[in-house]
Design a protein around this ligand. Sequence first.
Ligand SMILES: [Zn+2]
Length: 238
Amino acid sequence: MNVPLPLLAFGAHPDDIEFGCGGIIAREAQAGHPIHFILCSRGEAGTNGTPTVRTKEAKKAAKILGATIEFITLDGDAHLEIRSAHALKLASMIRRIKPAVVLAPTTEQNQHPDHWRLGTLVRDATRLARYGGLAKLKKSPAHAIDQLFFYALGAGAEPIGASPVLIDISTPAIITTWTNSMEAHASQMKTRNYVELQLARARVHGLNAGVGHAQPLWPNDPLIFDSLTSLSRSASKF
Ligand SMILES: [Zn+2]
């Protein structure tokens, strides 16, 4: 029996994945796909919540979504820099986990700097993971992923002028699971209602495409289909 390759999602902060693409994660988990999260800080620079609290919240949220989770240390919350050592470290993790699909924050710069820097590092890492001759990665065999997709943490992080791929997350079970995973980050609910904000954004994307709720992703490389008829449907336009 073929075991499906996992889906690997990177977050700069403990709540990024849930808020940026949690509905998609819920949908994929419910379809039986293994999912792994790598978080690159414990939110120690956040206005609310201690690193201990935020680690706990992230673990709870991952469990709700049906994902496994690990934390790694790069430069710390709000200090992330783009360095080849980081890209190599992420590449070695990609080689270990062997994902088919990788998710990371968009590289739009007008957002938290950790988000676009992590998106850039992950893009570099997916490339380095498939290069056979890198001495520092020699311990594990090269691995080529199928596709890298970027998720946006808010409307401002969405790439301008680029059409996203929309994932339909309209079923009540997906919306409930996703909402519960966002609400697991209780320490982050004190300033703005991030849950309502993300549900509203998914609602707008969905309505524009003729479904209840949809979350957008931006592919790093062109998507390839066997034929035009293999597209199950396209988004309706007003
Ligand atoms: Zn963040």
